[in-house]
Design a protein around this ligand. Structure first.
Ligand code: NI
Length: 155
């Protein structure tokens, strides 16, 4: 396994629409493994492939309840609204308030190519929306109403 360097705000790849995964190959499995390792190493709760410079619709998430791997994820249902503070490994040292759906249902393929569905609310719903946005080239700073540098918080 390997830890990737995380792409930072300003790099074009973060703004591109990521490519659909057409075939789940051993390389995709390796990518999933390495993405999870990179996320854990960075103490993140989610990571999308464009964040490691790979334009593919792949996401890993772990909010402390176990690893979730998503290939070609889509949101099929959204409800409610919630404003919470959010950050991103590609935009270090900045947090912002972002309004998102309170609960979502998402569908994706797992690493075996099976369709999986997750119903989530709260932090997990937020993580799904944040990571799926990455696949569209959208960053939380585009949506945030208040952006605060972490240095300001300390001072
Ligand atoms: Ni992010």
């Amino acid at each position: 396994m390997a830890v990737y360097q995380i792409v930072q705000l300003g790099e074009d790849i973060l703004r591109q629409k990521a490519q659909e995964v057409k075939k789940i190959t051993p390389n995709i499995h390796k990518l999933l493994d390495n993405m999870a390792e990179t996320m854990y190493e960075a103490n993140g709760v989610g990571l999308a492939a464009p964040q490691i410079g790979i334009s593919k619709r792949i996401v890993v998430i772990d909010i402390g309840e176990g690893l979730i791997e998503l290939i070609n994820p889509i949101i099929v249902e959204k409800s409610g609204e919630e404003i919470e503070s959010e950050g991103c490994l590609s935009v270090p040292n900045v947090v912002g308030e972002v309004k998102r759906a309170k609960s979502v249902v998402i569908q994706a393929l797992n690493r075996d190519g099976e369709t999986v569905e997750y119903e989530a609310e709260g932090l997990l719903a937020r993580a799904f929306q944040h990571e799926i946005d990455h696949l569209e080239g959208i960053l939380f700073v585009d949506l945030a109403t208040k952006l605060i540098s972490k240095n300001e918080i300390k001072n």
